[in-house]
Design a protein around this ligand. Structure first.
Ligand code: SF4
Length: 196
């Protein structure tokens, strides 16, 4: 993982490197059973080089606690490792350039469960467009970068700061609690593929 983090920190595969203050590789134990995948760093993440800091990070900590999890026991990553200017949506080219890093992180951590935070992360992991209104709170079969397992789809914590009700987000993480309690039942298979 250290070598991968070094690669991300010096990466110039897409134009986002021109605007970043710090890349945000992700953080957490390499043997985490649960991995969270968000969309991309925001303003505060870019400043600090860490995922989910600021208001969205504080909310994520509360949500994790409601699901019976602690931040220090989950691995937290994003689809993009550098902040899109103005927090605009990631482009297809940026996603294509950056996702080899996410695939490698998943191969290293080999989580029992991935939680997709928001429409972009869910769409990338599931390989199809995702309607959050229909799919939030659901557990989906996933095959991504050689990893096969279950992905839980949740609203992104930042959504609750910009419109989506906090109640909906809270319900997603309450459902997640029931899933986390039966993690031992989850079977994961993995084929190694070439990383970045
Ligand atoms: S977003 Fe990803 S691919 Fe683009 S420069 Fe950053 S680390 Fe590299």
């Amino acid at each position: 993982m250290e070598e991968l983090n070094r690669l991300i920190k010096s990466c110039t595969r897409c134009d986002l490197h021109k605007w970043r203050t710090n890349p945000v590789p992700g953080e957490g134990p390499e043997d985490a059973e649960v991995m969270l995948v968000g969309e991309a760093p925001g303003y505060y993440e870019d400043k600090e080089g860490r995922p989910f800091v600021g208001a969205a990070g504080k909310l994520l900590d509360e949500l994790l606690e409601s699901a019976g999890l602690k931040r220090e026991e989950v691995f937290i990553a994003n689809v993009l490792k550098c902040r899109p200017p103005g927090n605009r949506d990631p482009t297809d080219e940026e996603i294509e350039a950056c996702t080899p890093y996410l695939k490698r992180q998943i191969q290293i951590v080999r989580p029992r469960l991935i939680v997709a935070l928001g429409r972009f992360a869910a769409g990338v992991l599931l390989g199809r467009p995702v309607s959050m209104g229909r799919m939030h709170g659901t557990l989906e079969d996933c095959s991504y970068g050689g990893w096969r397992g279950k992905v839980f789809v949740s609203y992104h914590p930042a959504a609750a700061l910009y419109g989506t009700s906090r109640e909906l987000l809270g319900r997603d993480f309450e459902s997640l609690r029931g899933i986390v309690e039966r993690l031992d039942e989850f079977k994961v298979s993995q084929q190694m593929t070439l990383g970045p």
